[in-house]
Design a protein around this ligand. Structure first.
Ligand SMILES: Nc1ncnc2c1ncn2[C@@H]1O[C@H](COP(=O)(O)OP(=O)(O)OP(=O)(O)O)[C@@H](O)[C@H]1O
Ligand SMILES: [Mg+2]
Length: 382
């Protein structure tokens, strides 16, 4: 039947074209700071405007197609429905791995072809007003449940689009759960409870995926419920249980290169929000300098994470990041701010069996003018 199939094709093409327009429009809106509009409502408005020539029934059909193709995660849905899955890793259409209980395993999930994987990626990103293409081939986003998504597409990803989803189960472990899991010893738990409660500034260090954010989240449980906490993150992963929390999230620049709001911008702003505590998801750029300044001007008790191989390395990295902020402060001045500003470094390690343990808790000390650490607690338990 050539008639309906031509019509079918026409509607499908129209829906696809309008859907990319919708994604583009929403991305610009989000970049301009506009609030979220319902997807269906936005699709309907666009179809009313652009396809008024169609009959009412056909317009509804186009709207339905746009919405259908904009939600749902296809092949990934089953994996994401499994609460034991902590991470989903798509390495091109044919290869999908998951991490369960800290261990990576292959799955038999696959996408029919690259096209299908790209559609799924678009469905993940479209409702967030984000887009990935040759011009911006890497993107970070966050699903409605708080899971973090990273996408890299060709030509940067050589074997097809790569998607990494860091799931967060509804519950994030608190300090006692981390003791039960063997991440913290009872002694470490008590030491950290005392330190955070006493408003000492704590840096959590460790390698990629060593459980830094999870521990940071747990540590926030030691903050008094009377304090006003401001959290600052690239992708909001933290789930604080405190009653009085303000959450801020940074924003990348749009394709036209404008609208970027960095962690550093947010930190500077947060200082004007009467915070009792500042929690920064991860320090990895120029915000290191502003953090040190804040810590040295009365905003004590900050909590953050930093990618490093040891507590000493964490302090060295913090210094380097602050130096790279480029205000021409001499190295000694920055080193001094680190010594005065940071009290403890908690270092995590990921073990072969997939478990995460606090390998060391170190105190920042001054030794002969240079920054040094003294081990308070080290895990010689296994
Ligand atoms: N204490 C723990 N015991 C077992 N698994 C954990 C623990 N903490 C975190 N995980 C798991 O490890 C993964 C990474 O956790 P998390 O995001 O806290 O690490 P991270 O060090 O902040 O990672 P990144 O370097 O990407 O920021 C998650 O899938 C989480 O479920
Ligand atoms: Mg993290």
């Amino acid at each position: 039947m050539p008639e309906p199939s031509a019509r079918e094709r026409h509607l499908a093409e129209l829906a696809a074209a309008l859907r990319s327009r919708l994604v583009e429009g929403r991305r610009l809106e989000v970049a301009a700071g506009a609030g979220e509009v319902g997807l269906a409502a936005a699709a309907r408005a666009l179809v009313e405007r652009e396809a008024a020539i169609l009959s009412g029934a056909e317009r509804e059909e186009v709207v339905a197609r746009i919405v259908r193709d904009s939600v749902g995660l296809g092949a990934l849905e089953d994996l994401l429905a499994d609460p034991a899955v902590e991470e989903v890793m798509v390495n091109g259409p044919g290869t999908v791995y998951v991490e369960r209980h800290g261990l990576i395993e292959p799955t038999d999930v696959a996408f029919a072809d690259e096209e299908e994987l790209r559609n799924t990626i678009e469905r993940i990103l479209a409702p967030l007003g984000r887009r990935v293409d040759e011009l911006s081939p890497m993107v970070d986003a966050r699903l409605a449940d708080g899971s973090r998504v990273n996408v890299v597409v060709p030509p940067l990803a050589i074997d097809g689009p790569v998607v990494s989803i860091r799931r967060f189960g509804a519950e994030r472990p608190g300090p006692s759960a981390l003791v039960a899991r063997g991440t913290l010893t009872a002694a470490q738990h008590d030491l950290l409870a005392g330190a955070v409660g006493a408003r000492r500034s704590v840096l959590v260090s460790g390698g990629t995926g060593s459980g830094k954010t999870t521990l940071l989240n747990a540590l926030s449980g030691f903050v008094s419920p009377r304090e006003r906490v401001v959290t600052i993150e690239d992708a909001a992963e933290l789930r604080l249980r405190q009653p009085h929390v303000v959450r801020l999230e940074s924003r990348p620049a749009g394709v036209e290169g404008r609208g970027e709001v960095t962690i550093r911008d947010l930190l500077r702003n947060a200082l004007r929000m009467r915070p009792d505590r500042i929690v920064i998801g991860e320090v990895r750029g120029a915000e290191a300098l502003d953090l040190l300044t804040a810590l040295n001007t009365g905003h004590d008790g900050a909590l953050s994470t930093l990618h490093a191989n040891s507590p000493a390395d964490a302090l060295a990295r913090l210094e380097t990041l602050a130096l790279m902020a480029g205000v021409g402060l001499p190295h000694e001045a920055i080193a001094e701010q680190v010594q005065r500003g940071i009290d403890l470094v908690v270092h995590l390690e990921r073990r072969q069996d997939g478990s995460r343990v606090v390998a060391e808790i170190a105190e920042v000390v001054r030794a002969a003018g240079t920054t040094a650490v003294r081990t308070l607690e080290s895990a010689e338990r296994r």
